[in-house]
Write a protein that binds this ligand. Structure first.
Ligand SMILES: NC(=O)c1ccc[n+]([C@@H]2O[C@H](COP(=O)([O-])OP(=O)(O)OC[C@H]3O[C@@H](n4cnc5c(N)ncnc54)[C@H](O)[C@@H]3O)[C@@H](O)[C@H]2O)c1
Length: 434
């Protein structure tokens, strides 16, 4: 099949290259000329494991092409995926201008029957609005809107896309279900659960999914905060809870809080959608507030250790991305911690295996970047672990302890065993364990 993909970010580029790898002929379209130019030169605009090879292979096989031409993108195929961003706005609502711009282009340029498939995360009501926009552009348009939310996670996006636990398709046209089955499963992957729904249900499933996972993280963080007060160990508690098959161990690790381009904005967008419809979804509001508090907790702990005075002290941050195996720093806890340390007059030295270019754009010369995590601890008053990269799990702390001013570890991801760290002469602070 020929398929166009609008938006070549994390979702669009993974969707495009994975569908090309299934044998489809793909044209990826983006308004960002620099991004498309980079892709044409064989360079990826971000880090995602396995994606570089997949893109290169499918370009070589001539199944994956790139363009900035909207009209060409609309008429290249009869199935058009809308994978543009839906960033959160100050009031918590999703900014849908990019989604609607694609709908407008499709309405303007489409010459025959087409399916416009919204893969971006959008609030209920968006498919309906896209339909209206297209009808306004062309009252005779035969474009059908389909809602098909994406559940991939950065860091394992290629695997998630090729091994989905479900495919959700919302439509008012039953033919769309068959078209989407053909796109995803062909003759070989017919075992994947395929849920046929209406527009609003498909749109809401995605928000419910992400909000539930965010709530689960907040729940265990709240237990960790109680552990800090009562002297219990959250790691053992989460292990015990995870063994209960009704709960499962996934998303049950206490830490400095979630970040990224999805959970924070999706929890807020679902809350504001409910509010718009006259319902005050207090749980969601609390989840968002709790998570923000959790990001800020690291500073409280650091200040307590240094009698509230951080002026002139040098700190080392290991891990900048919001989670391992991605260069994405959107809403990463590191942003909060760095800003707070700078506000308190501290000097900040950082390391991350892949996300330093992104952080450089954010902070420039205000902080110091190190290619090697060991060099970043020279003269440091404390190591602050904010992302659980394997590189940091395996370090031998005693190898560089002598280089530090103060031997303290603030472990925002609970990756170390307190006793082992203490054996190396370090003071240890975890989240919900000491
Ligand atoms: N990143 C994830 O892990 C993830 C997972 C599931 C769902 N989602 C959802 O998918 C959507 C996309 O997320 P992302 O992280 O890939 O975003 P992104 O910001 O990485 O990429 C969006 C891309 O769309 C392009 N764009 C904007 N307007 C355009 C237009 N009119 N035509 C063509 N391209 C246009 C931008 O230039 C950008 O390259 C969001 O709604 C997000 O919530 C993201």
């Amino acid at each position: 099949m020929k398929i166009s993909i609008f938006g070549t970010g994390y979702v669009g580029l993974v969707t495009g290259s994975c569908l090309a790898n299934l044998g489809h002929e793909i044209l990826c379209v983006d308004i960002d000329e620099a991004k498309i130019q980079k892709l044409l030169e064989g360079k990826l605009p971000f880090y995602e494991p396995g994606l570089k090879d997949l893109v290169a292979k499918n370009i070589r096989k001539e199944r994956l092409k790139f363009s900035t031409n909207m009209e060409e993108g609309v008429n290249f195929a009869d199935v058009i995926f809308n994978c543009v961003g839906t960033p959160g706005q100050d009031d918590g609502t999703a900014d849908l201008k990019y989604v609607y711009a694609v709908a407008e282009n499709v309405g303007k340029f489409a010459k025959n029957k087409k399916y416009l498939v919204n893969k971006s995360t959008v609030p209920p009501g968006t498919a309906k609005e896209c339909h209206i926009i297209i009808q306004q552009q062309n009252p005779l348009s035969q474009v059908e809107i389909v809602s098909n939310p994406e559940f991939l996670a950065e860091g394992k996006a290629v695997y998630d896309f090729t091994h989905p636990d479900k495919i959700v398709v919302g439509s008012r046209d039953s033919a769309a279900y068959s078209v989407l089955r053909k796109v995803y499963t062909g003759r070989v992957r017919s075992y994947i659960p395929f849920l046929e729904t209406d527009w609003a249900t498909a749109e809401t499933i995605k928000y419910a999914n992400n909000s539930f996972l965010a709530t689960k993280i907040c729940f265990i963080n709240e237990i960790a905060n109680i552990c800090d007060k009562v002297g219990a160990d959250v790691k053992l508690i989460s292990q015990a809870m995870g063994l209960d098959y009704r709960i499962s161990s996934k998303f049950l690790h206490a830490g400095i809080g979630y970040g990224g381009s999805c959970f924070p904005k999706d929890v807020r967008a679902l809350y504001s959608t409910a509010k718009k419809h006259g319902y005050d979804a207090k749980l969601l509001k609390e989840v968002d507030d709790l998570n923000k508090r959790q990001h800020g907790q690291m500073l409280t702990r650091i200040k307590e250790h240094f009698n509230q005075d951080l002026t002139g002290k040098r700190f080392t941050i290991w891990g900048l991305s919001f989670k391992p195996k991605t260069s994405d720093i959107r809403e990463a806890p590191a942003l909060t911690v760095i800003n707070q340390l700078l506000e308190h007059g501290a000097e900040v030295h950082v390391h991350d295996p892949v996300a330093m270019p992104e952080m450089k754009e954010e902070f420039g010369e205000k902080i110091t970047f190190h290619e090697n995590p060991h060099n970043a601890v020279e003269g440091s008053s404390g190591i602050i672990v904010l992302t659980e990269w394997d590189e940091y799990r395996n370090v031998h702390l005693n190898e560089f302890a002598d280089k530090m001013q103060h031997k303290v570890i603030f472990d925002g991801r609970n990756i170390y065993e307190p006793e082992l760290v203490q054996e190396d002469g370090f003071t240890y602070y975890g989240v919900g364990r000491r």
